[in-house]
Design a protein around this ligand. Structure first.
Ligand code: ADP
Ligand code: MG
Length: 322
C-alpha cells in the first residue's frame, strides 16, 4: 500500500551503505523501493511523512490500518542488526521503543513512532543527558540476554585474534604499545564475559522522546545492535557523545572521567572491570580503523584510553611523552 509515489532513497543513505557494505550495499539500496512497497502492502501501511535514515537503516513514517502512527524500519540483516527484534521483544517497550511487528525474512520492523526531532542531542545540559543514558542503560541491562544473540565472548575472541595483524599495520611504537595494553585489558576480563542484554550503541542520537506526553517514559532507546555480555562494554558510546561539550570544559580527561564515574555509579558497576571493558571497546574501534586502511590510533580513542588509565589497579596504559 505504501508508495502512492515510489519512495526516494536518500542519497546520503546510499553513500553510507556503499561505504559500509560495498556493492552489496548498493544492490540492497536499489531494492529498497520494492521492499518498502511489499512490506507496506502486507502490513496495510500508508505513508505519513518524509523518510529518515541513519548509517544503515531507512525509516519511513507510516499510518497503520487503524490510523495509528508508526514507522517502518528497513535494514539489511547482518550479524550486528540481526538481534534488534529479539532485544526489542525482550525489553517489551520498557526503556526502549515498542516493536508491534517484524518480518524475520527481510528484517523489516514496524516500530512505535517516536519524535525524531527530540533526541538526547537536543538536551543542552550534558550532565542531565548522561544521567538519562545511565538510567536507560541500567534498565536495559537489567535483563538477562535472550538465547540466540551474539555474545561478548565471541566478539572478544574475534578482537583478540585480529591484534597480531593489526600490530603490523601500526607505524608508531607508542601506538603499538597502546594496542598491546588495550588487548591486555581485554584478556583480563575475557574469562567473565557476562550475560546481560546489551544495547551496544546507546549514544545521544539513539534516544528519542515519545511523540506526545503520556504514559510512556520520557526517553526511549532505539537502534540496538545487541549482545549478551557485561554492561561495562556499553559505556563507550556514552563517553564519546558531543565531544565539544567535553572539550569546552578545558580539561577533557577530567570531563570524561566524570561521565565515566556517573555511569558506573548509576549502573553499580565494578569500576576496575568497567575500565577494562571500556578499553576493550576502544580496541574494537581501533581495529575497525585499521581494517579500513588506517595506520595510526585515532586521537579520540587514545584520549579516552588515557583518561581512564589509572582508574584500575595496576593499569598498564602508557602515557607517551609525559
Ligand atoms: N521509532 C522511531 N520513531 C521515529 N523516528 C525514528 C524511529 N526510529 C528511528 N527513527 C529515525 O530514523 C533514524 C535512523 O534510525 P536508527 O534506528 O537509528 O537507524 P541507524 O541504524 O541507521 O542509525 C533515527 O535517527 C531517527 O531520526
Ligand atoms: Mg541510529
Amino acid at each position: 500500500m505504501l508508495p502512492v509515489v515510489p519512495i526516494q532513497v536518500p542519497e546520503a543513505l546510499v553513500a553510507s551503505l556503499v561505504e559500509c557494505h560495498g556493492t552489496d550495499g548498493r544492490v540492497w539500496a536499489e531494492g529498497l523501493p520494492a521492499l518498502a512497497a511489499a512490506t507496506a502492502d502486507r502490513w496495510g501501511l500508508r505513508p505519513d511523512g518524509p523518510p529518515a535514515h541513519g548509517a544503515v537503516a531507512l525509516v519511513l513514517p507510516v499510518r497503520r490500518a487503524d490510523g495509528s502512527r508508526a514507522v517502518l524500519k528497513l535494514q539489511r540483516v547482518d550479524e550486528e542488526t540481526a538481534g534488534e527484534p529479539l532485544a526489542l521483544r525482550a525489553w517489551g517497550g520498557r526503556g526502549a521503543v515498542r516493536l508491534p511487528d517484524h518480518d524475520p525474512g527481510t528484517g523489516s520492523m514496524l516500530l512505535e513512532r517516536l519524535d525524531p526531532a527530540r533526541s538526547l542531542l537536543a538536551l543542552p545540559d550534558d550532565r542531565a543527558a548522561t544521567l538519562v543514558l545511565a538510567d536507560l542503560l541500567a534498565e536495559l541491562t537489567g535483563h538477562r540476554a535472550p538465547p540466540g544473540l551474539r555474545t561478548l565472548a565471541e566478539v572478544a575472541d574475534g578482537l583478540l585474534a585480529e591484534v597480531p595483524a593489526a600490530r603490523e599495520r601500526l607505524a608508531g611504537e607508542d601506538d603499538r604499545r597502546l594496542l598491546a595494553d588495550l588487548a591486555a585489558a581485554l584478556r583480563e576480563v575475557r574469562p567473565e564475559p557476562g550475560d546481560r542484554l546489551l544495547h551496544w550503541d546507546l549514544h545521544y542520537g539513539n534516544v528519542l522522546a515519545p511523540t506526545a506526553p503520556g504514559p510512556r517514559a520520557p526517553w526511549l532507546a532505539i537502534d540496538p545492535k545487541p549482545l549478551a555480555g557485561d554492561p561495562g562494554f556499553e559505556l563507550l558510546p556514552a563517553l564519546g557523545n558531543r565531544w565539544s561539550d567535553l572539550a569546552v570544559t578545558g580539561d577533557l580527561p577530567r570531563a570524561l572521567r566524570l561521565r565515566f564515574d556517573l555511569l558506573t555509579d548509576r549502573l553499580a558497576l565494578d569500576r576496575p572491570r568497567a575500565v577494562r571493558w571500556t578499553l576493550a571497546r576502544v580496541l574494537q574501534n581501533v581495529l575497525w580503523d585499521l581494517a579500513d586502511g588506517g595506520s595510526v590510533i585515532d586521537g579520540t580513542q587514545r584520549t579516552i584510553a588515557e583518561a581512564l588509565s589509572g582508574r584500575e589497579d595496576g593499569s598498564r596504559i602508557t602515557r607517551p611523552g609525559r
